[in-house]
Design a protein around this ligand. Structure first.
Ligand code: GLN
Length: 486
């Protein structure tokens, strides 16, 4: 087995027992990236020199018999939406082409405090807008399971990189599914934490009331390990909550006997690929065999989630992207003749088509004549969605749905059809609107393309979704199958 194929847990053990050196592990990942990234295009920028230096320091500690921190010496990649001091961070947009952050996002600070080694920045849809990485201004990433297909999005580079064993784990951001969707399409595990669990300080803002940072890993246990490192209140993000962070690895093995899992009727409707539906049904049966109690539940607001999200999210996008004006940050058009032209030309050339589409929708639904009809109404629907989840969770401990309605599609297939693309998010966006946590865990293959199942939990109950996902993963082991990358 190549070292780059290790999980965090395995690497931890091998480093601690001196079976492995951090430099060897980092080297294997770098070799793998050099060999495969021409095909996968998961990376926008790499940080190899720094990573090698850090690994050598870790090896000195190992030699001296010093205790290692949880992520010490283990290489990862970071979605290019998360600020990394001194490493170019672009949000995959031309607007931030050469932007070198002067500080680390809180999650990066926390990873570093835990000894993490960053190998580079992962490609994504520009500003997190998309479900395929095709909206990256630097070209799409490719799905390691079929290089002609998309890895999902927007954290597609992160998921593809983990699936291709280029890195041991990655951090993504999720505003409407961007961690879970690519995890599903690439056959890896993606967790979106509760809103307020993980600091957003230093994440490039997309929809501030929806955004969360979370792990993309090879296993559920690894996701718990990363959650331990990144969670908790942060005085730099006033939406984080002063709640103690549990040890997410502690109850993983407790099993799911007696756990009540609700399956929303409304999730199994037209538009869901019949083969995906079958796999989800098989997974439900499996969980039942392991002792879970399955109940059908009503989630009447589910069909309205997408419309609601595609009003609220662009409203916040239009506001958040207002700061990129050619003066304060980012790209400035050199042909501009006056101040007004600096704004208009810089924004016209710096933003891609999808960002412009969202800015226009957002400013439209927020404008005086339309605010009540669209934005205010969408906010009301959002409250109803949240209330319906609350009442579902009075009856059950978890909810289960597909993550994505179909397997990965061909690059270019939907590029001129934004509405079809938005339908990809049908199962993920309501979770962000409600602010609750959800995980996507591999549950099988359709035509050799991975499919994910989504487990959704109560606010701040990441522990239960991790426990159920762990039980399912241990019984099925889909994550052990690797793409051939041909
Ligand atoms: N695919 C969704 C969108 O395009 C979700 C994006 C995200 O979570 N960043 O908005």
């Amino acid at each position: 087995m190549d070292l780059n194929q290790l999980t965090i847990k395995e690497a931890q053990q091998k480093l601690a027992s001196k079976e492995l050196s951090s430099l060897d592990l980092v080297q294997d990942c770098i070799e793998r990236i050099k060999k495969t990234d021409k095909k996968v295009h998961a990376f926008l920028n790499t940080n190899f020199d720094q990573a090698q230096k850090q690994a050598k320091e870790v090896d000195k500690k190992i030699k001296k018999g010093e205790h290692l921190k949880t992520l010490e010496g283990i290489p990862c990649g970071i979605k290019d939406m998360i600020l990394t001091e001194g490493i170019i961070t672009t949000a995959s947009s031309k607007m931030l082409q050469n932007y070198k952050p002067l500080f680390d996002a809180t999650v990066i600070k926390k990873l570093k405090e835990n000894g993490a080694i960053i190998l580079g920045k992962h490609n994504c849809d520009a500003w997190g807008h998309g479900s395929s990485t095709e909206n990256s201004d630097y070209g799409p990433s490719h799905n390691p399971w079929d290089l002609e297909r998309v890895p999902g999005g927007s954290s597609g580079g992160s998921a593809a990189s983990v699936a291709a064993d280029q890195v041991i784990y990655s951090l993504g951001t999720d505003t409407g599914g961007s961690i879970r969707h690519p995890a599903s399409l690439c056959g890896v595990v993606g967790l979106k934490p509760t809103y307020g669990r993980v600091s957003r300080y230093g994440a490039i803002a997309m929809g501030s009331s929806l955004d969360q940072i979370g792990p993309i890993c090879k296993t559920v246990e690894d996701s718990a390990i990363v959650m331990n490192a990144i969670s908790g209140q942060d005085k730099l993000d006033s939406t984080t909550v002063p709640k103690t962070v549990p040890d997410y690895t502690k109850n993983l093995q407790q099993g799911i006997k007696g756990l009540k899992i609700g399956v929303p009727k409304q999730a199994f409707v037209k538009g869901l690929d019949p083969q995906v539906k079958n796999l989800i049904q098989v997974a439900i049966n499996d969980l039942e065999k392991q002792g879970a109690k399955i109940e059908e539940v009503e989630l009447k607001t589910l069909p309205y989630g997408l419309a609601c999200y595609y009003i609220i999210m662009p409203s916040e996008v239009s506001s958040n992207l207002g700061r990129y004006d050619g003066i304060r940050y980012g790209y400035q058009d050199k042909d501009a003749q006056d101040l007004f032209e600096i704004y208009t030309k810089s924004r016209a050339k710096g933003f891609g088509a999808e960002a412009k589409r969202r800015i226009m929708i957002g400013t439209y639904v927020l404008s005086a004549g339309y605010y009540d009809a669209y934005y205010k109404k969408a906010m009301r629907v959002r409250t109803l969605i949240k209330q319906e989840f609350d009442s579902a969770f009075n009856k059950v401990d978890l909810l289960l749905m597909p993550t994505s309605p179909r397997p990965s599609f061909k690059i270019g297939e939907n590029i001129n059809d934004p509405l079809t693309m938005y339908l990809e998010d049908i199962y993920t966006v309501t979770i962000n609107l409600a602010g609750i946590p959800a995980i996507s865990v591999p549950c099988g293959y359709v035509n050799n393309l991975p499919i994910g199942m989504q487990l959704i939990g109560k606010q701040f109950d990441e522990e239960t979704i991790l426990r159920a996902a762990y039980a399912y993963e241990q019984a099925n082991g889909w994550n052990k199958i690797k793409p051939s990358l041909k």
